[in-house]
Design a protein around this ligand. Structure first.
Ligand code: NAD
Length: 348
């Protein structure tokens, strides 16, 4: 699902990469579907029934980006962004995985000192279906001057359990370290969060479980982010920490993400939006989209070697000095979207 803005441009490059793998024997069937503004323009809805049906029947969805200023005045249910929320809800994608890694060649793009972030490779897992964003009661009530705003932090054992399992399993695919983030010193919902983490830990004796209060975690991410491997957090804290972590890298066009269900089915997409300011001009960095395809191969299709092959090709391309405009220094030659994609393909 390529979507809008730069979505189709960067998806073209990711499909070039998948084509190389198919030529080399990867058995994967791909189908296209309209989504977001493109779907609204064609059939009047950002998530048409045919697109949803295809998403439900697929093992994975490779998603570009949706949205654009021409859709901002539409009623909320017709806005392109509704498609992502609809897909998450209908496919029960409850676990959001956001890696934040810094390729050594791009360490000076971060606002932190290069030695703090060079070689950074962490994964933030955010729960997507519970917490204060969905908890009841919620309201603003009372007379003006004495109004009260209420939201409720709400987590069930089952919700905590399933995201913790994703955390432990992900740690196993990496460096076997899981840091659970909570605020158990003041919040009962977060005491339950910690209790469940401790309860599940014996099922994963090879994974080292630690706990950190969210305020400390926010500080440690800036002070010494390389101490972490996998962090798992609820919806609210994960929302904030994952944005903080992505900005450590300094390059929005580089970061992929995954949203997974309980069986490993997933939706894979760049963390950035549709970048209408540069769409259609061959300026977009396709690496977040290409790395999203690598994540798809690792987490849904369980093909770590194939995922590594893509990631190594990206690393090599950056080491050769290729830079799209978002990651280039002012005096550097700028590669186009397709030049970057072609270089990755050549390096595979
Ligand atoms: P954005 O991420 O689209 O762009 C922010 C800035 O980063 C822009 O200057 C853009 O040119 C640049 N940028 C983003 N991706 C890039 C890439 N691959 N290569 C080079 N530069 C890149 O955020 P925005 O401008 O706030 O939002 C634009 C539209 O995207 C809005 O309609 C928004 O709702 C939508 N959006 C969609 C998603 C999604 O599809 N998951 C996520 C965020 C925003």
């Amino acid at each position: 699902m390529a979507g809008d803005g730069i979505g189709p441009e960067i998806m073209t490059e990711a499909l070039k990469v998948l084509d190389v793998l198919k030529r080399d024997g990867l058995k994967i069937e791909t189908e296209w579907a309209l989504v977001g503004g493109a779907a609204y323009d064609a059939v009047g809805h950002p998530l048409p029934p045919a697109t949803l049906a295809l998403a439900k029947s697929a093992d994975a969805v490779l998603f570009g980006s949706v949205g654009g200023p021409q859709y901002d005045a539409l009623p909320r249910e017709h806005r392109p962004e509704k498609a992502i929320l609809g897909l998450r809800k209908e496919c029960d994608f409850f676990a959001n995985l956001r890696p934040a890694n810094v390729f050594p060649e791009l360490a000076d793009a971060s606002t932190l000192k290069p030695e703090v972030v060079a070689g950074l490779d962490i994964m933030i897992i955010r729960e997507l279906t519970g917490d204060i964003y969905f908890g009841e009661p919620r309201s603003i009530s009372g007379e003006k001057g004495q109004r009260v705003g209420i939201n409720t932090m709400h987590y069930t054992e089952a919700q905590i359990r399933r995201i913790m399992h994703v955390g432990f399993r992900t740690a196993r695919q990496r460096n076997n370290k899981l840091c659970s983030i909570d605020k158990m010193n003041v919040l009962e919902a977060m005491q339950l969060w910690r209790d469940i983490a401790i309860e599940i830990a014996p099922e994963y004796p090879d994974v080292e479980l630690t706990h950190m209060l969210v305020d400390n975690a926010a500080m440690q991410l800036i002070r010494n982010p390389k101490q972490f491997d996998v962090m798992v957090a609820g919806n609210l804290f994960g929302d904030i920490l994952s944005d903080e972590a992505s900005m450590l890298t300094g390059s929005i066009g580089m970061l992929p993400s995954a949203s997974l269900d309980a069986n490993g089915k997933g939706l894979y997409e760049p963390i950035h939006g549709s970048a209408p300011d540069i769409a259609g001009r061959g300026l977009a960095n396709p690496l977040a989209q290409i790395l999203s395809a690598a994540m798809m191969l690792r987490y849904t299709f369980n093909l770590p070697d194939t995922a590594n092959r893509i990631e190594d090709a990206v690393r090599k391309t950056l080491a050769q000095g290729l830079r799209t405009s978002d990651i280039a220094k002012p005096n550097e030659v700028k590669a186009s979207t397709s030049e970057m994609g072609d270089a990755v393909v050549a390096n595979m």
